[in-house]
Design a protein around this ligand. Structure first.
Ligand code: NAD
Ligand code: GLY
Length: 369
């Protein structure tokens, strides 16, 4: 089992990664559970696949679980389900020193974590991420949130889990498109500051996507170690370090907004194309070698992720995508910080990007054959 410590001052915890962890949940959770009972929040798809083994393992370790099974999908990250979850946790008698369990992808993790941050002014929570995206990104680092009419993830809290159990076997039941979307976040860690890991992705990404157990475990452990290092250095994203995790997200967010945050473009797919655009824009302004930018695009495309803006078939121009960017929550005093690359594994935060030039670049990418 890989055990990655997340050394957040005042709230350290472990991420444990091993095939079979969900079926061994009782053993791992028992030290965090008081009074022999625990409240579990999940969604209907995850429950269909994974409630059985988790419930049985908790029971085998003397823990009775009560379950809130919510609808699957992004729209569950809402005021309505936040209120329902918080009220339900209170009905279950959850106390501040208790830990509740979030079993699911980023939607359930973000929602349950936010509810846990509020119940009794903050109770514990255990993340059991069941998507690749949640295992390598959202379950680690304590960002929790819901979506509102003003936009995605605009209301939330930093609230760290007490334990994360990442079971690569959970991915056996995940639709391949969701696995590919999560893989974009894996590649992201290579592009941020670890060229060797990007090269590993080029060599082993196909095996990972085909379900190879060793490749999955290695990628999850490397990704979590990278995220743990970054969030421990800058928990609240105030020092310009955690911001590196947003590579691809500014372009990606504009594309998600243009496609209505719908199934037309999953978050990870937007990040994938966003990273290609960040690389190509970096090459356009002379920061990055053009061959390296195309190497990024080549790997993203080979993984079955979108690597061409033109191929998305959007009915808009660069100015419209730029306008979406101006609604990004990373806007800071009228400027938009961008994550750009000096090379593979050399991402940095650029604060002086010319947005008119970005719009012209996007026009060129939209027209690219
Ligand atoms: P998700 O939670 O919606 O899961 C995707 C789909 O897969 C859902 O239909 C779900 O029911 C299903 N599913 C999950 N696990 C399954 C399994 N093992 N078998 C079968 N089906 C399964 O989506 P996601 O991609 O995990 O997360 C996206 C969310 O994460 C977004 O809301 C995004 O804002 C958030 N996010 C948060 C952070 C953070 O740091 N907190 C980081 C990145 C993304
Ligand atoms: N997913 C970005 C972050 O956790 O900061």
């Amino acid at each position: 089992m890989a055990v990655i410590p997340v050394n957040i001052a005042g709230a350290p915890y472990e991420v444990r990664i091993e095939a079979g962890l969900l079926a061994a949940a009782g053993q791992h959770c028992r030290p965090f559970i008081r009074g022999g009972k625990v409240a579990v929040v999940t969604d209907e798809r995850v429950a269909a696949a994974w409630r059985g083994p988790v419930e049985a393992s908790l029971a085998a370790h003397g823990i009775t679980s009560t379950w809130l099974v919510l609808p699957a999908g992004e729209s569950t990250k809402s005021w309505q389900y936040l209120a329902q979850t918080a009220e339900w946790l209170l009905e279950q008698g959850v106390e501040r020193k208790d830990s509740v369990i979030a079993l699911g992808g980023g939607v359930i993790g973000d929602l349950t974590g936010f509810a846990a941050s509020m119940v009794k002014r903050g109770c514990g929570f255990i993340q059991m991420p069941t998507t690749l995206l949640a295992q390598v990104d959202s379950s680690v680092g304590g960002k929790t949130a819901i979506n509102t009419t003003a936009g995605k993830n605009l209301v939330g809290a930093f609230h760290q889990p007490v334990l994360v159990l990442a079971d690569p076997l959970a991915l056996d039941t995940l639709p391949p498109r969701e696995t590919r979307a999560g893989y974009a976040e894996v590649v992201k860690y290579g592009l941020i500051d670890d060229a060797d890991f990007f090269h590993w992705c080029e060599a082993h990404g196909p095996a990972l996507l085909a379900g190879d157990a060793a490749a999955r475990e290695h990628a999850i452990a490397k990704s979590v170690a990278a995220k743990a290092r970054i969030v421990a250095a800058d928990e609240k994203e105030t020092l310009g370090v955690r911001a590196l995790l947003n590579l691809g997200h500014t372009f990606g967010h504009a594309l998600e907004a243009e496609t209505g945050f719908s199934d037309r473009l999953l978050h990870g797919e937007g990040v994938a194309l966003g990273m290609v655009l960040a690389a190509r824009y970096s090459a356009r302004i002379g920061l990055m070698n053009g061959q390296d930018a195309e190497r990024v695009a080549g790997h993203i495309g080979a993984a079955g992720l979108p690597s061409s803006l033109a191929a998305l078939g959007l009915m808009c121009d660069g100015a419209r995508l730029k306008a979406h960017m101006l609604h990004d929550k990373k806007m800071d005093a009228g400027t938009l910080p961008f994550l750009l690359m000096r090379g593979i594994g050399q991402t940095f935060l650029a604060k002086d990007v010319d947005l008119a030039d970005v719009a012209a670049f996007l026009d060129a990418e939209l027209a690219r054959g």
